[in-house]
Design a protein around this ligand. Structure first.
Ligand code: VAH
Length: 316
């Protein structure tokens, strides 16, 4: 992986992944693309191109123009938005993915796209969810993610494309605002804690989901892409997680730093139903064994860093 084209580079993962990779591989070697230009440091700190991932021709032209050897395909609609606009989600999530896989095949590129715990459904074992298990998701997002895993495996077996993926848990970061995800309550709560000292959660108390701090997610993508291909068995896609938490656990963790913080609930039935269809806690042992996955941040360390960074971002 030396020269990389990143789609959806202004999204939650891309905003931090691009900056970290530019620090490692050199600004000029990470080409950020997105459907809009938001003038952020992702746009100003290195090569940036406007790209709608449903435009396969333009994606191909950009990959050739910049002579990349890798595509990291992040552009997608997240679970809650996809549930509101299922056909748009299918066209964007699957149309964009097929375009990216085809270009990886035609130009012999290494390939990454994220899957999600959303690739599991109500019939999946909820605790210590195995790497290999039943995947019958009941959301459009989940259908997209399972299809993406199968398609990525197909391109590996049929066309020998070096495809790799991770089933991400909810990802928590301070760089971008929450956007259309079911787990985004776990981002919102930190913003509201710093700005208002209280939060009204749209996910109910006692609802456990896997979560991970963004620095761990970014490192896991880079580590996986640099891993020895011959050691990868479950390449599309590895379960990864750092913690299994509920809203009240995050609230209690925040109260250790902001004692007066209060948490109330106003449950959103759509996102609650999505959350209840996902596992409580997944098993990440395959990732640990096959390429050495390790998460650095637990709930306490994540809360301390999130609050510290958001106080600088929002108050100063
Ligand atoms: C979502 N943040 O909520 C994403 C993620 C595990 C959830 O895929 O849709």
């Amino acid at each position: 992986m030396k020269k990389v084209l990143v789609t959806g580079a202004l999204g939650q993962i891309g905003s931090e992944l691009v900056m970290e990779m530019r620090g490692i591989y050199g600004e000029e070697n990470i080409i950020a693309t997105d459907i809009r230009d938001n003038g952020s440091k992702v746009v100003t700190s290195g090569p940036f191109e406007l790209l709608d991932v449903t435009d396969g021709e333009r994606m191909h032209d950009l990959a050739k123009k910049h002579q990349v050897d890798t595509i990291i395909h992040l552009a997608a609609l997240l679970s809650a938005t996809a549930e509101q606009k299922p056909l748009l989600a299918w066209n964007l999530n699957m149309g964009g993915l097929v375009n990216a896989l085809e270009i990886a095949r035609q130009l012999n590129l290494q390939f990454f796209t994220p899957s999600s715990i959303g690739a599991f459904g109500p019939s999946t074992p909820k605790d210590q969810t195995p790497q290999d298990t039943i995947q019958r998701p009941t959301t459009m997002y989940g259908v997209n993610k399972v299809s993406g895993e199968l398609l990525s495996d197909y391109y590996f077996h049929k066309f020998n494309v070096d495809t790799r993926g991770l089933r991400f848990p909810g990802l928590i970061s301070y760089e971008t605002l929450p956007g259309g995800g079911t787990t985004d309550y776990a981002v919102d709560i930190y913003y509201q804690a710093v700005m208002k000292g209280h939060y009204e959660s749209f996910i109910d108390r006692g609802t456990f989901m896997d979560m991970m701090y963004m620095p761990d997610a970014v490192k896991s993508i880079i580590d996986l892409m640099e891993a020895d291909s011959s050691k990868l068995i479950h390449r599309n896609a590895f379960n990864v997680s750092a913690m299994s938490v509920s809203p009240e656990m995050i609230g209690q963790s925040i109260q250790r730093f902001i004692p007066d913080f209060t948490l109330r609930y106003k449950v959103d039935p759509v996102r609650q139903q999505i959350a209840e269809s996902w596992p409580n806690a997944i098993d990440a042992s395959a990732a640990k064994q096959e390429w050495g996955f390790r998460a650095k941040y637990d709930l306490e360390a994540m809360t301390e860093d999130m609050l510290q960074k958001l106080k600088v971002k929002l108050i100063s």
